[in-house]
Write a protein that binds this ligand. Structure first.
Ligand code: ZN
Length: 461
């Protein structure tokens, strides 16, 4: 028998260990892992000698803005950016236009973006008090997980998010109960509306219009108060709770305490919270603003500690592109800034660099950037593992090769990231999706738009 592909003689980071091996792929799936001389004949062989073979990255938190805001990003530019970063599966947030809040908008988005995707994709659905009845049908349609917003948004301005706002405590309870019935995970944008309004009013009444004031309008209490409340309400509702873009030390402590008591609470952080403090980002002006904002050294260290102890579940990016014009609005008025930065292309290189420095293990690297997300959201072991029967999704990385992140090399429509100029290792030399090379070793995208497939939870079972 001849198989489609053998990736030969790499350092394979599998779910249970790291070993020198070749990996044979047929029909998009891994069929054999072992020493080179035991591999079947292959149509194509890619040497991974001296290289790391990582499971393709899974970014559980991107905003590809498609449909509705294609001037910021679309599924082609977003997934292309993912492919160059070694990310082969993404989970896209529901605040597109129309917002993904019912089966009709879900199916329409799925149909539309699947024509442009070059990596595999999952879609979230948003839920708020007015749309709880849609949760069951959305789960059946394949929503990967749910998202609701506890605050930090203006109902009058943020119309795309209007049906995902659960600002009232009773509303949050009803939303959590609705998701509990489906056994899916519900994620929260954890900012307290009341406390945010309070601190924002204080900053604005002082006439503040500077970058530091933006962070002071959303101090860590705004996040941790929301996390605390959500944990209690999720316990009552018996739902699986997931805190996205965790930034504050107190949030980490509360998630871990709840987990110690046996509650299923998981959390994500993002590279910007791991690599910057507020003071370090300040010189970048509005470019460095996102919600929640980057915080203190103490917060950053608490996040790293959670990572080193293997408590942190996932590192996602909250990839949130805006047009340059939208970002520049913040130069005039900081309160008009479009919050968010891009990140899907730099996730794996940034985290791999830390693994190669010894700050985390390679095993932790693949859990944080691939395996855990697949397990948490129910697409494991189809995704997230280099194991027999899994999809053959790989990021092949040369651990000796370093590269400086340059704006002109990024593939998103936005280049707004604080990581420009950073030297990283772990930029993939080849990205493979279901056995097909999608970015080759000449640094060319060879995947066709539409080659990415929709992935949903029951596919992982
Ligand atoms: Zn987000």
């Amino acid at each position: 028998v001849t198989v489609d592909l053998v990736v030969s003689d790499g350092t394979v980071v599998g779910p249970d260990g790291i070993f020198q091996a070749s990996v044979a792929v047929d029909d998009g799936q891994i069929v054999s892992i072992g020493s080179g001389n035991l591999m079947p004949k292959a149509e194509k062989t890619i040497s991974a000698s001296g290289k790391l073979v990582l499971p393709g990255g899974i970014d559980p938190h991107v905003h590809f803005r498609d449909p509705g805001f294609e001037y910021k990003e679309d599924f082609y530019s977003g997934t292309m950016s993912a492919a160059f970063g070694g990310v082969t599966t993404i989970m896209d947030m529901p605040n597109t236009l129309p917002p993904v809040i019912d089966v009709e908008s879900f199916q329409e988005k799925k149909r539309s973006v699947s024509q442009r995707s070059v990596v595999d994709f999952c879609l979230l659905a948003g839920v708020g008090p007015r749309t709880t009845r849609n949760v069951g049908p959305l789960a059946a349609a394949g929503a990967i997980y749910f998202k609701t917003l506890m605050g930090g948004y203006e109902p009058e301005k943020n119309v795309t998010e209007a049906d995902m706002m659960s600002f009232g405590d009773g509303e949050l309870l009803e939303v959590f109960k609705a998701v509990a019935d489906t056994d899916r995970v519900v994620s929260i944008h954890a900012e307290s509306q009341g406390l945010w309004r309070h601190f924002l009013a204080a900053m604005q009444s002082q006439g503040r219009n500077d970058v530091a004031a933006y962070a002071l309008s959303r101090p860590s209490l705004v996040e941790s108060a929301a996390v605390s409340k959500a944990i209690l309400i999720a316990k009552e509702a018996r739902c699986k709770l997931h805190v996205v873009h965790t930034s504050a030390k107190e949030s980490v402590e509360m998630v871990l305490r709840a987990r110690d008591r046996g509650q299923q609470v998981t959390f994500e952080t993002c590279p910007h919270y791991l690599f910057f403090t507020a003071g370090e980002l300040e010189p970048l002006g509005p470019t460095g603003l996102m919600n929640p904002p980057v915080r203190s050294e103490e917060d950053r260290e608490a996040l790293w500690k959670a990572i080193r102890n293997s408590d942190m579940d996932v590192v996602g990016t909250d990839h949130a592109p805006h047009s340059d014009e939208e970002k520049k609005r913040g130069l005039k008025s900081i309160w008009e800034t479009a919050p968010g930065i891009v990140g899907v292309e730099t996730l794996l290189p940034l985290m791999t660099t830390e693994a190669l420095k010894g700050r985390i293990t390679l095993q932790q690297l693949v859990r944080l950037t691939s395996q855990n997300a697949a397990q948490l959201f129910g697409i494991y072991p189809k995704k997230g593992a280099i194991a027999i029967g899994s999809d053959a999704d790989f990021a092949i990385v040369d651990p000796k090769k370093s590269k400086v992140i340059r704006a002109e090399d990024l593939h998103s429509k936005s280049r707004s990231t604080p990581f420009i100029g950073w030297e990283v290792k772990g930029v993939p030399t080849t990205t493979i999706l279901r056995g097909q090379v999608i970015v080759d070793d000449d640094g060319e995208l060879v995947a066709k738009p539409g080659s990415g497939q929709f992935v949903h939870p029951s596919a992982g079972a």
